[in-house]
Design a protein around this ligand. Structure first.
Ligand code: BGC
Length: 779
């Protein structure tokens, strides 16, 4: 594979120049740099070219008019690329690099300087609402995908912003919840992708998450921000939109920029704090330095005018990613690729595909394809609508048309409203009407193929009744021609699962579907995803790394010399094909977990063979027990095509350290790697927070607290719910975020007084026109 080099996003000259500029600024100017000029711009002080920031992972969401972080207001048209989940199932570093270049070119076209991507939060639960926006349950795969995307973006002079730092793994109560995570899980699972991406790319910006990590809001969590510095992060810590709890504490801890802008409330407050000796100007200088560096580097990029990828080529890249990310889960009797036979396509998603998720990554696509335009010899029946509802008439029509064809293709999906930032899913099921349609047709027709278009896994109760299952994930603007190419065999089915697909909801550890808006204890510690399912031997539907090709491969001639594994991979079929060779390590040492060490994407012609070598790096076997340690003992290195399909396993004696201080708490977890609450408490001594359940409330009070405090607020809440469709978000949005909606400090204080029962005092402080404007704009 082509080697992509680390690109020094900020040059040495710019670093020197930035220092001089910082020195020359007045205190007032320095403080202005600490928060955005508006919703989407860094404050350029009128001295630099305007610096625009935009979302996001699936394409450019440049909002030039009304702004929001929920994808409500329109953005400028842009290519919608496949969602990160689709990107991850390509296991293709080079495609991710090209995606970075394409996104970078889009940014250059629209004069956007920083793109808020990639997100490397781990998929801790399959129910998490934002899973479509994240790569994988495996930290190594996530970090590789993110790193190559960053390198591609940076090569076009666009600043990436790695997000959401850290442990933002649920949407329920995301702005207030406290993620309680033990040190080992933090090091091995949750911080690892950030670390690897920083080391590999020198990324110039990182977004601090909404939630608290071990009791402290991420934007003011000094330990977290210091950790980033310790692993070499030299860029700007930028808050997620509305994630700052206490601005001064955040800047003191290391934050550089509060977003979005707060009409000078923040800068005035910091300026006062410095004048009154509560904070040192030298520290302020350190915080704003990376911001000035970004402003300067943007000037250079504008002068240099990096070459853009031609627009048509960007579309081809988007289509290639969509093709490569499609995972063929089942292909009984080689029902696919479609022969020249007649087909009936069922499901309104064939006409109106699901191609992206909702929230801040929602793109206004330049175009959207539909599957029907890309298939021949076809009947079409609606079967069910885009909410997944069916009825007898639709079912009957679908059944009659199905009977006319040799093959039936059913396009299933989750309704768009179910996959979004801001809330989690409640179940793993597809809408009942879709399951019913598939089951009804499969009863009468033996050649049924289901195409599933979602950004996350779903349960498939009809799994044994159909011959083919094609998981398209969310393919973006060109996902439907990509799907047609895979269905008709114009390209191989190349994708592999970057996450485990449980068979039923019950297979997910209980705490992963009972999201608590206030506290999230990561009881499973390091046993996430396949590390749990494989070790506990859960009979899942499809394991991590799984996916079929249209051809077959054989693995032979295994050898291990020193630390180098060699073997031969042969395409034993009659078609060109792609294999994703995976390397895993595991050991019989107590409390170790299986882990993906590396992967290679290999394309082979029929009967072609290739020698593959892989160098085992002992560094990759290290585990975190208060420090990174290579444990002495027998380690297994497997050559595999999924986390469970191991073709050969080598045993390796490692001369490492013996560890006699493994936390006691893991002992009970040895056979089934789940910790009890008591074990976890020993491992992680952070207390479950019980904040804001009683008066006096603080500025993090949310509707949920108020509703629990009196019947009056319950009534008010019910009225509010009628005015918005963002109920889940509304319930747990803290009072402080009203700052983002231009509600001034005095009004917020007044509201807090009222919530605390000081009605008159509070009422006097409230600026009613601010509230009126807010309600007009938001209801
Ligand atoms: C999201 C971020 C996004 C930001 C700006 C937040 O709600 O968590 O991922 O970049 O909004 O839209």
């Amino acid at each position: 594979m082509k080697r992509y080099t680390k690109y020094m996003f900020i040059t040495e000259n710019e670093k020197e120049e930035a220092k001089k500029i910082v020195k020359s600024l007045t205190l007032h100017e320095k403080c202005l740099l600490l928060s955005g000029k508006d919703y989407w711009h860094i404050n350029d002080l009128g001295k630099f070219h305007p610096y625009m920031i935009s979302d996001g992972p699936s394409g450019l969401r440049q909002q030039l008019h009304e702004a929001d972080y929920f994808g409500i207001h329109e953005s400028e048209p842009s290519i919608c690329y496949p969602a990160p989940v689709t990107c991850a199932s390509t296991f293709d570093r080079s495609l991710l690099y090209q995606l970075g270049e394409s996104l970078g070119s889009d940014c250059l076209d629209q004069d956007v300087a920083m793109l808020l991507t990639p997100g490397v939060n781990q998929k801790r639960s399959p129910l998490a609402g934002r899973n479509f926006e994240y790569y994988s349950e495996d930290p190594y795969l996530s970090s590789e995908m993110a790193s190559y995307l960053i390198l591609g973006l940076q090569s076009k002079g666009i600043a990436p912003c790695l997000k959401h730092y850290a442990c933002n793994n649920q949407e329920t109560g995301r702005m207030i919840s406290n993620s309680i995570v033990d040190d080992r899980a933090l090091a091995e699972i949750y911080l690892r992708p950030f670390r690897a991406a920083i080391e590999k790319t020198g990324c110039p910006a990182m977004m601090t998450a909404y939630n608290q990590l071990n009791g402290i809001y991420c934007s003011e969590n000094k330990a977290l921000l210091d950790f980033g510095r310790a692993i070499g992060f030299k860029g700007a810590y930028i808050s997620d939109w509305g994630a700052v709890n206490d601005p001064l504490r955040s800047f003191q801890a290391g934050l550089s920029l509060e977003m979005p802008g707060t009409t000078n409330e923040t800068s005035e407050m910091v300026e006062n704090a410095i004048t009154q000796g509560q904070w040192k100007e030298e520290e302020l200088d350190q915080r704003i330095l990376p911001i000035v560096e970004l402003l300067l580097s943007h000037e250079r990029i504008l002068k240099n005018k990096p070459q853009r990828i031609p627009f048509e080529q960007r579309k081809t890249i988007a289509r290639s990613i969509a093709e490569s990310g499609i995972v063929l889960l089942k292909n009984e009797e080689h029902i696919l690729p479609l022969k020249n036979n007649s087909i009936t396509v069922v499901g309104s998603f064939a006409k109106h595909p699901r191609f992206q998720g909702t929230g801040s990554s929602k793109v206004n696509p330049v175009e959207i394809e539909n599957l029907l335009d890309h298939l021949d010899h076809m009947y079409y029946a609606k079967g069910f609508d885009e909410q997944g509802h069916t009825n007898e008439v639709l079912l009957e029509e679908a059944l009659q048309l199905a009977k006319k064809s040799e093959t039936v293709l059913i396009c299933a999906a989750l309704p768009a409203s179910e996959e979004s930032e801001g809330f989690d899913r409640k179940s793993l099921e597809l809408p009942q009407g879709i399951n019913q349609t598939i089951e009804t047709i499969a009863k009468y027709h033996e050649n049924v193929v289901v195409c599933v278009m979602c950004g996350c896994c779903v349960t498939m109760p009809w799994i044994d009744q159909v011959k083919g299952i094609v998981y398209t994930y969310l393919g973006g603007s060109y996902g439907q021609s990509a799907l047609a190419n895979v269905l008709t065999g114009q390209c191989d089915a190349q994708g592999r699962l970057a996450e485990t697909f449980p068979r039923t909801l019950d297979q997910i550890p209980a705490f992963e579907h009972a999201f608590d808006p206030k506290t999230s204890e990561y009881l499973e510690s390091v046993y996430t995803g396949y590390k749990y399912y494989d070790q506990a031997n859960v009979n899942v539907a499809y394991e991590f790394g799984y996916g079929l090709s249209y051809t077959t491969f054989s693995y032979s001639n295994f050898s291990l010399h020193d630390h180098t594994v060699s073997f031969t991979l042969t395409n034993t079929g009659e078609r060109n094909g792609t294999e994703i060779v995976q390397f895993y390590a595991f050991s019989s040492l107590p409390f170790s977990t299986k882990k993906l060490l590396d992967f290679k994407k290999v394309k082979l012609d029929p009967h072609e063979s290739v020698e593959i070598q892989y160098d085992i790096k002992e560094e990759d076997l290290k585990e975190y027990f208060d420090q990174w340690i290579l444990r002495q003992g027998e380690w297994m290195i497997a050559v595999a095509s999924s986390s469970r399909n191991l073709h050969h396993t080598f045993s390796l004696q490692i001369q490492g350290q013996t560890v006699d201080f493994i936390p006691h708490a893991y002992e009970n977890a040895q056979s089934v790697p789940l910790l009890t609450r008591e074990d976890f408490a020993k491992l992680c001594s952070i207390e479950r927070a019980q904040q804001n359940t009683k008066r006096p409330f603080d500025q993090n009070v949310c509707l949920l607290d108020l509703m629990n405090s009196s019947w009056m607020y319950r009534m008010i809440a019910k009225q509010l719910y009628k005015m918005t469709d963002q109920v889940e978000l509304l319930k747990t949005a803290p009072l402080r975020i009203l700052k983002m909606n231009s509600i001034g400090r005095q009004t917020r204080e007044g509201l807090l007084d009222v919530f605390n029962g000081h009605y008159l005092k509070g009422y006097k402080k409230i600026n009613r026109s601010e509230i009126k404007k807010f309600l007009q704009e938001n209801t």
